[in-house]
Design a protein around this ligand. Structure first.
Ligand SMILES: *Cc1c(COP(=O)(O)O)cnc(C)c1O
Length: 447
């Protein structure tokens, strides 16, 4: 057994270490090769080429070690190359890599569906279809909601992000860069205001009233199949809705036969200290979409919903060649096991207790930090002009670039590019967070 794990023969120490300019010479050479063969539509936020990673540290081809505050956009939530995930995936790789679940099934798919039924909000009977990506989960959620309701309309909120496929690019708030020139876009998608306490100052009840009134006037509930909502918006800038907003929308959806879908692709899988962020708001959705963190870095996504809704799709209507691949499914089972056995839900709370006060202290020093928000290991700061609250994207770019030079990987977000988001692995130590905060402090001081 140990032989098969010898990939970790040179262990990744949990420390930051910058040994070349960033990007280093080997990264620069790789980037030249890339530019010749990879289209410009596929960008690189930071063109350092990564060779290996473990826990909260990634190591590039030049030997630089970065504190990873992004976890591949919330994918390696339980840490890079988690030993249990690597072992489960390796064992599965050696025994069975593919059959196609809709031809000849296997257990791990069923086990993932059981785990999702157990850990998504709500005690009712649930069923799950597994697919390959977040966008594919959104597509399937919408398909199923349409079949169940016999209606076409899809409602989304301002600042939403749901993916890059044809339907999902119509569901995103931002046309640029996600949809510009890629039309025709899917029809019957309707956008309504979200709850954004920092900017709208509304209570959850007030914001929900505005959203509902908008949907009733611009579409009408009778034409809506579903309302798709991220409980904490991801790409939109970790927008945390005011208390009461989400349950009020669910209540309206239930009363009007609209399927309410939680897009928990970024916020789910222990990221916020609950299995799914909906729990923090007392929201029990009809359907929950998971992806990113579900399989420790392997591609897998799930659509989990009330059994009667899920069973409305006809036999053969759901599935796909790679959906619920055995290796990805085995990795997902290991992720659920690790969350339990390592107490990782509590670790998200620990991270919040170190990170948030650190960021609030920076906010007191640097007035450009208008808002510190988020839950667990999903925290963001929004940078604005202190007087007008006008977005300050230039400051975000400068801080992220400064941090990268010092070996800290920091992701940006927000409709206006003026949010820095922190979504580290749940295994990051307090010391690494504190070290990263000191560098971010320097970065703000340098502005
Ligand atoms: C990333 C993301 C998606 C799309 O997932 P992909 O796997 O990139 O297709 C959808 N919704 C949310 C909230 C996301 O963060």
């Amino acid at each position: 057994m140990t032989d098969t794990l010898s990939v970790s023969s040179s262990p990744v120490t949990q420390e930051r270490r910058v040994v070349t300019a960033i990007p280093g010479p080997k990264s620069q050479a790789l980037h030249e090769r890339r530019l010749a063969v990879v289209p410009v539509g596929v960008t690189a936020a930071l063109p350092v080429y990564i060779e290996r990673a473990h826990g909260a540290i990634v190591v590039d081809v030049d030997g630089n070690q970065f504190i990873d505050l992004g976890a591949g956009i919330g994918v390696t939530t339980i840490g890079h190359t988690d030993d249990a995930v690597v072992a489960a995936a390796t064992a599965q790789l050696e025994s069975l890599t593919h059959t196609l679940f809709t031809i000849t099934p296997y257990e791990s798919y069923v086990r993932v569906a059981e785990l999702l039924a157990e850990h998504t909000p709500g005690t009712f009977a649930k069923k799950t279809v597994l697919v390959n990506s977040g966008a594919e989960a959104v597509e399937n959620g919408v398909k199923i909601a349409r079949k169940f309701t016999g209606r076409n309309g899809v409602a989304v909120l301002d600042h939403a992000y749901h993916g890059r496929t044809n339907l999902t690019m119509a569901m995103n708030f931002k046309a640029a860069p996600y949809a510009t020139g890629f039309g025709p876009l899917a029809g019957d998608v309707y956008r309504a205001p979200n709850s954004y306490p920092f900017h709208d100052g509304l209570s959850g009840t007030e914001a929900a009233k505005r959203t509902i009134s908008y949907l009733e006037k611009t579409v009408g509930a009778a034409d809506l199949a579903c309302l798709v909502v991220e409980p904490i918006q991801g790409e939109g800038g970790f927008v945390v809705p005011a208390d009461g907003f989400l349950p009020a929308l669910q209540e309206w959806c239930t009363a009007n036969g609209v399927v309410m879908i939680a897009d928990e692709i970024q916020s789910g899988m222990a990221r916020t200290g609950a299995y799914f962020a909906s729990e923090h708001f007392g929201w029990v959705p009809d359907m929950v979409l998971s992806a990113k963190g579900i399989a420790g870095g392997l591609p897998l996504a799930g659509v989990t919903g009330r059994a009667d809704i899920m069973d409305s799709a006809q036999p053969g209507g759901l599935g796909g060649t790679f959906g619920g691949n055995p290796v990805a499914a085995a990795a997902a089972v290991a992720v659920f096991d690790q969350i339990e056995s390592e107490g990782l839900l509590a670790e998200a709370g620990r991270i919040e207790r170190v990170l948030k006060p650190g960021l609030v202290a920076l906010q007191e020093k640097y007035p450009v930090i208008g808002d510190v928000r988020g839950i667990g290991a999903m925290i963001a700061i929004e940078l604005v002009s202190p007087d007008t609250h006008e977005p300050d994207a230039a400051a975000v770019t400068a801080v992220a670039a400064y941090a990268a030079q010092k070996g800290v990987l920091l992701l940006t977000a927000g409709t206006y590019g003026n949010v820095l988001r922190f979504l580290p692995s749940l295994v990051i130590s307090d010391d690494l967070i504190t070290e990263a905060l000191a560098i971010i402090d320097e970065a703000f001081a340098s502005l």
